[in-house]
Design a protein around this ligand. Structure first.
Ligand SMILES: *Cc1c(COP(=O)(O)O)cnc(C)c1O
Length: 380
């Protein structure tokens, strides 16, 4: 069977066919070597394997799972999501111009602002979910358009196909951070994006025990892709083999986890939407969400595991609810099997995040237990 005939559940469960060549084990081993031998004739024993800064069977296996899930021409792993983002932005020439969605992952915003200032790159931050605003930003030539779909923590949904047309019209590449969707729910490259990025730290690994990031491309002949490959090899931002192996192990259940997490999230969103202590629920699975129709088109199999809720009563009420939750762990990050809650204004104060906003990352626990925990915390 051809790889691209297989469905995500099959690709993931079988780790894209990775096995242990040494002993026939159905689970691959971990190749820990940092360097590779040569024969008496000085030829490499395994052609292509020279030094671990870019040659590792374990990393290539994990990349192949991601490449197939993403429907990509090529995928490259990085030691964090931010390292992947940085590798992409480093391809933008000094004096260039980038259009970046506003109100996205705070770590990316902070780094991109500092990087662009240092490099003399013009940075335009726009609300890319507003079609007219994105169109206006793309009326001027640019090198890169960066969007996050759905966005964290606002859960805004950009129409990826339309954003790709606008970016290309401006002479730019479109790159999509799909961390809150995973490649199981959204295949950004098939919708016209040039580069897809995910933090592997979140749902892709899913067990809150690996930090990783990945970039994938639609066309590996893009000059930017060659620059990214060279940058990873030469500058050395590589993932360790043990992390790559754990990631592969985590990904075996990614489609299954997404099914449960999306079902749980939808049940919780509906429940909280009808709760009198909740002012608003930001979740694209709810019909009243402004991005609902686009999400229904470009997310397949669910609306994701991430949502934000606005608690009636302001900052103190939100922090009190946060403090009374027992099953939701109070911690940053998202996408793990365990549910997490975070008061975002504590992390990014004075950036426009409502003081009463709690971000919820929904795990695979029993939905009824999670709803009971939220009800108890909201009741006070
Ligand atoms: C966490 C996150 C990142 C950064 O990934 P790290 O693995 O923490 O470096 C980027 N984008 C989004 C949407 C994230 O949630």
């Amino acid at each position: 069977m051809r790889d691209d005939d297989l469905k995500p559940a099959t690709i993931a469960a079988q780790a894209a066919g990775a096995m242990n060549a040494a002993d026939g084990g159905v689970v691959p081993g971990i190749s820990m070597a940092t360097t590779y031998g040569r024969g008496p004739d000085n030829a490499l024993l395994v052609p292509g394997n020279v030094y671990a800064r870019d040659h590792s069977a374990t990393i290539r296996q994990a990349e192949e799972v991601l490449r197939q899930l993403e429907g990509a021409a090529a995928s490259l792993l990085f030691p964090s999501g931010m390292a992947a983002i940085a590798a992409l932005f480093r391809t933008v020439p000094g004096g260039g111009r980038v259009v970046v969605q506003s109100g996205i992952y705070w770590g990316a915003t902070v780094w991109v602002r500092a990087f662009c200032a240092r490099r003399g790159i013009t940075l335009d931050e726009v609300d890319a979910a507003d079609g007219a605003a994105l169109e206006a930003a793309c009326a001027t030539r640019a090198d890169l358009v960066w969007i996050e779909v759905p966005s964290n923590p606002w859960l805004k949904v950009v129409d990826i196909a339309r954003a790709a047309d606008l970016a290309h019209g401006a002479g730019a590449l479109l790159a999509v951070d799909g961390t809150a969707a995973t490649p199981v729910l959204t295949r950004a490259l098939e919708l016209g994006a040039d580069i897809s990025m995910h933090s592997g730290t979140k749902a892709i690994n899913g067990h809150t025990d690996v930090v990783a990031g990945v970039l994938s491309c639609r066309d590996s002949g893009l000059p930017v892709w060659a620059m990214i490959e060279a940058d990873r090899h030469d500058a050395g931002a590589i993932l360790g083999p043990f992390e790559a192996w754990l990631l592969m192990r985590g990904m075996r259940t990614l489609p299954l986890r997404m099914e449960r997490m999306c079902a749980n999230a939808l049940a919780i969103a509906r429940h909280l939407d009808a709760h009198d202590r909740i002012e608003a629920v930001l979740y694209p699975g709810l019909p009243a969400h402004p991005g609902h129709e686009i999400a229904a088109r470009q997310m397949c199999g669910g609306s994701g595991y991430l949502m934000s809720v606005l608690v009636r009563g302001g900052r103190d009420a939100a922090l009190a609810v946060n403090g009374r939750l027992e099953l939701f762990h109070r911690a940053t990050s998202l996408g793990g099997v365990e549910s997490l809650v975070e008061h975002r204004a504590t992390i990014e104060p004075h950036t426009g995040i409502p003081e009463n906003l709690l971000r919820l990352s929904i795990g695979i626990e029993d939905a009824g237990d999670l709803i009971a925990d939220l009800d108890r915390a909201l009741a006070g």
